[in-house]
Design a protein around this ligand. Structure first.
Ligand code: DGL
Length: 259
């Protein structure tokens, strides 16, 4: 079973940054990545709709033989991962806004969280943030950012105007940690860095999730430690932005259709 692929899904290209972080520390693993761009953005969907979409994505990946699934999306994780864990036997790894490391590192005790509406209104997010009552948390729903990023707009006026709108209130509030609570946002880190000053650190937890993935593979005895393996990585997209996926992957992989 260890040679079976790890499955990934996201509403689009955001999870590719997590896929890269995992590939780096788990170079022998085979993978299947599902970019569900047709249903993007997940952040504006109801919990019921998200559950339905996550079940469909999971069943597709399980049918393809995946031994584990990475829910490479904060919105899907915070709303639906518990449903998936209850329904299927394989292990699931999720990603959610990194409040804990930000809270531990903050000197001003003021942290900013940029995430989707779906993440910020989820029960899991409110439970986690209530654990940090000594920290002042300012949240902003980054509506519009994901759509621009899906179309490859990583820089320029449009993205900067929106980022200014969301980040300026956080800067004025005095945050010293900015949590990127959506897997699409690391793709516009350069534009974000142009706006925030050096006294604000960006917290993104891709590396921590990659370490957790390795740990869970080990615990379940399904880690692929075959160093001779020439890993296979397969990509599916339900939308029509293959060009941007290819660009992010340096044109190394073909993209298949997902209905
Ligand atoms: N990349 C996703 C996340 O981490 C979803 C963004 C969206 O589709 O709204 O939340």
């Amino acid at each position: 079973m260890s040679s079976f692929p790890i499955g990934f899904f996201d509403s689009g290209i955001g999870g590719i940054s997590l896929w890269k972080a995992i590939k780096k520390i788990l170079p022998n693993e085979n993978s299947i990545y599902l970019s569900d761009s047709k249903n993007c953005p997940y952040g504006l969907k109801s919990k019921d709709k998200l559950d339905e979409i996550c079940i469909k994505n999971t069943e597709f990946l399980i049918d393809k033989g995946c031994k584990m699934i990475i829910v490479a999306c904060n919105t899907a994780t915070t709303n639906s991962i518990s449903i998936l864990r209850n329904k299927y036997k394989i292990p699931f790894i999720g990603i959610e806004p990194a409040i804990k490391p930000a809270a531990l590192r903050s000197k001003t005790k003021k942290i900013g969280i940029l995430a989707t509406k779906g993440t910020l209104t989820s029960d899991l997010f409110s439970q986690t943030s209530s654990d940090y009552s000594d920290i002042n948390i300012i949240t902003k729903d980054g509506e519009g950012l994901v759509k621009l990023i899906e179309n490859g707009n990583f820089s320029g006026n449009e993205i900067e105007t929106l980022l200014n709108k969301y980040l300026d209130p956080m800067i004025n509030y005095g945050i010293d940690q900015l949590v990127l609570g959506c897997t699409h946002y690391p793709l516009v880190k350069k534009a974000i860095k142009k706006i925030i000053n050096d006294s604000i650190s960006i917290v993104d937890c891709n590396a921590a999730v990659a370490i957790q993935t390795k740990k869970v593979l080990n615990e379940n005895e399904i880690l692929n430690d075959n160093v001779k393996n020439d890993p296979s990585h397969t990509f599916y997209n339900s939308g029509n932005n293959n060009f941007i996926i290819k660009k992010l992957l340096d044109n190394k992989y073909e993209i298949n259709n997902f209905e």
